[in-house]
Design a binder for this molecule. Structure first.
Ligand SMILES: C[S@@+](CC[C@H](N)C(=O)[O-])C[C@H]1O[C@@H](n2cnc3c(N)ncnc32)[C@H](O)[C@@H]1O
Length: 254
């Protein structure tokens, strides 16, 4: 995905994205916080931090946090929220995370939530996360994952691109795990999940052009008639639901 498109899209949809139930769930923040074994002495780098909700949740509990994101609007929202809540140990940088403007080993932990599926050069982003943490620092990625069956995956990839033009590709669980293995980051823990979303709520996390919204509805109609998709796309009454798989992986840089 061209980073210019990501920047423009999140400049437009930062507010909508920050209101999405999955984005603002403090239950999920707490889960990731515990999963990452975050300690009061930690210095945390949140990569592709969006409007900063997870970083600011952590800021109240750790030594310092720094959020980095390519979207000007998201970084402004994050900095404004920190100021409004008088949080002094949080900083936010607008930058492409393919080249994070901090020195090697600056942090004890680097996290990245729900962003690898936007990134064309996700390997470079991962290597930046590794570079930015000190020896024995932790690295955590949480993201939605590809479907195992190719035809099912192709279908949901098309759905996700119509929902948000800055969606690039959901990685498979194996691709995410390979990132850690490939850079000598020892995996400490993995967790797999499946979440159900009502389709209008799901689509409302992003902004669609009218023609994409219409194409999305047509594609949903087709999908609802395909029994091979029925475990992941179905109706309950007059509402349509989809299920998305995800993974959280925590590793240590040795
Ligand atoms: C789906 S949002 C997730 C935001 C945040 N991590 C959260 O959980 O709320 C994806 C974020 O990734 C950012 N992003 C994607 N590619 C990026 C890149 N190459 N450099 C910096 N930020 C990027 C977008 O601007 C957007 O804020």
């Amino acid at each position: 995905m061209k980073n210019k498109i990501i920047r423009e899209q999140f400049n437009k949809q930062a507010e909508k994205f920050s209101e999405f139930s999955f984005t603002k769930s403090r239950v999920i923040y707490k889960f990731i916080y515990d999963f990452c074994r975050i300690q009061p002495g930690d210095t945390l780098l949140d990569v592709a931090c969006g409007s900063g909700a997870f970083a600011l949740f952590c800021a109240e509990k750790v030594r310092s946090v720094c959020g980095v994101d390519i979207s000007d609007r998201s970084i402004t929202m994050a900095a404004d929220t920190a100021r409004g809540r008088n949080i002094q140990n949080a900083s936010f940088i607008r930058s492409d995370v393919e080249a994070i403007p901090v020195a090697d080993g600056s942090f004890s932990i680097a996290t990245c939530r729900m962003a690898f599926h936007h990134m064309g050069n996700y390997q470079k982003v991962f290597s930046e996360m590794v570079r930015c943490v000190q020896k024995n620092g932790r690295i955590c990625i949480q993201d939605m994952t590809a479907c195992d069956r190719k035809e099912t995956d192709d279908y949901f990839e098309e759905i996700d691109k119509l929902v948000d033009i800055s969606h690039n590709r959901s990685l498979s669980k194996a691709e995410i795990i390979d990132l850690f293995d490939g850079q000598g980051v020892r995996i400490l823990n993995t967790f797999e999940s499946r979440h159900e979303f009502e389709i209008n709520e799901y689509a409302s996390h992003a902004i669609q052009a009218p023609e994409n919204f219409e194409a999305l509805n047509r594609l949903l109609e087709t999908g609802l008639n395909d029994t091979a998709l029925s475990a992941l796309l179905y109706k309950k009454g007059d509402q349509t639901f989809l299920k998305k798989d995800g993974i959280v992986v925590l590793g240590i840089k040795e």
